[in-house]
Design a protein around this ligand. Structure first.
Ligand SMILES: NC(=O)c1ccc[n+]([C@@H]2O[C@H](COP(=O)([O-])OP(=O)(O)OC[C@H]3O[C@@H](n4cnc5c(N)ncnc54)[C@H](O)[C@@H]3O)[C@@H](O)[C@H]2O)c1
Length: 256
């Protein structure tokens, strides 16, 4: 199915930072913002995929995206990357907190160290990235922060307690940051994807049976792809949603 994407003129030349932009949903978002004419910087640890994406998006675009190899678990390194991004693309007006890793765990196997590591890769960086971009957004007169949560935390999925806790935490964080940053015209919203069929999901977790089971639950009887996240994310980034903050947008084909 071809996806038609709206054009948001206010996103042209706008500074956008995306975490985990090298593959999956993040890569679809990098591409979409680039095609809106935005100035995009993205961080990822997946060097090969990220460089291939930049190469693919370097012709016929207003601004080619900038890739900064960064591990978002290392907050000091991530802060430096965001500062570098700001120098390269101008004031950051949109932040998409997308990087994550949905590891599964046996109950007995989680340790305090693996628990903390899961929160570092799935939750902690959302806050510190928001903290890092808030001053430039404030100075520019406003901004939009989009946090990727997941419906997984509402599905009683026993195999991912640490990921589910992080994804639920993102909803609370979204509302708190919206309260704090609203007076500066900085909006903070969350997107909760359902099952999005990406390469990694197919490689690691989902098979035909899992897809069929999810389609049974969905109102829409087709699998969601990364492109299904693009329209909602552009809308939240753009001034088209300027009255909307502290909200959670579920994009799951109608499971909830
Ligand atoms: N795919 C789904 O079905 C689904 C469902 C619900 C929510 N989500 C959420 O959507 C977002 C994107 O998911 P996705 O399926 O595209 O994931 P993905 O695993 O395909 O991509 C995540 C990206 O983050 C990067 N990343 C991982 N650890 C990193 C680190 N330490 N530092 C920097 N980058 C790192 C990866 O290299 C990858 O490019 C995530 O927040 C995920 O939790 C996805």
């Amino acid at each position: 199915m071809s996806v038609s994407v709206a054009s948001y003129p206010d996103l042209r030349d706008r500074g956008v930072v995306i975490s985990g932009g090298g593959s999956g949903i993040g890569a679809a978002l990098v591409e979409a913002f680039v095609h809106q004419g935005a100035r995009v910087a993205f961080v990822d640890i997946a060097e090969e995929e990220s460089r291939a994406l930049v190469a693919r998006l370097s012709e016929g675009v207003a601004h080619r995206p900038i890739f900064l190899k960064t591990d978002i678990r290392d907050i000091e390194a991530y802060r430096s990357a965001i500062a570098l991004a700001g120098e390269a693309i101008g004031p950051v007006r949109v932040l998409v907190n997308n990087a994550a890793r949905d590891d599964r765990h046996e109950l007995a196997d989680l340790t305090p160290a693996t628990w903390d590591e899961s929160q570092a890769v799935n939750l902690r960086h959302h806050f510190f990235a928001a903290q890092a971009v808030a001053p430039s957004m404030r100075e520019a007169g406003g901004g939009s922060i989009i946090n990727f949560s997941s419906i997984a935390f509402m599905l009683n999925m026993g195999e991912l307690p640490a990921y589910a806790a992080a994804k639920a935490g993102i909803i609370g964080l979204t509302k708190s940051l919206a309260g704090k940053l609203g007076p500066d015209n900085i909006r903070v919203n969350a997107i909760l994807p359902g099952m999005v069929v990406t390469e990694r999901q197919l490689r690691l977790w989902i098979d035909e049976a899992a897809i069929a089971a999810m389609l049974d639950e969905q109102c829409l009887k087709r699998s969601l792809t990364a492109e299904d996240m693009v329209g909602p994310c552009l809308f939240l980034a753009s001034d088209a949603s300027r009255g909307m903050t502290a909200q959670s947008m579920i994009i799951d084909g109608g499971v909830f």
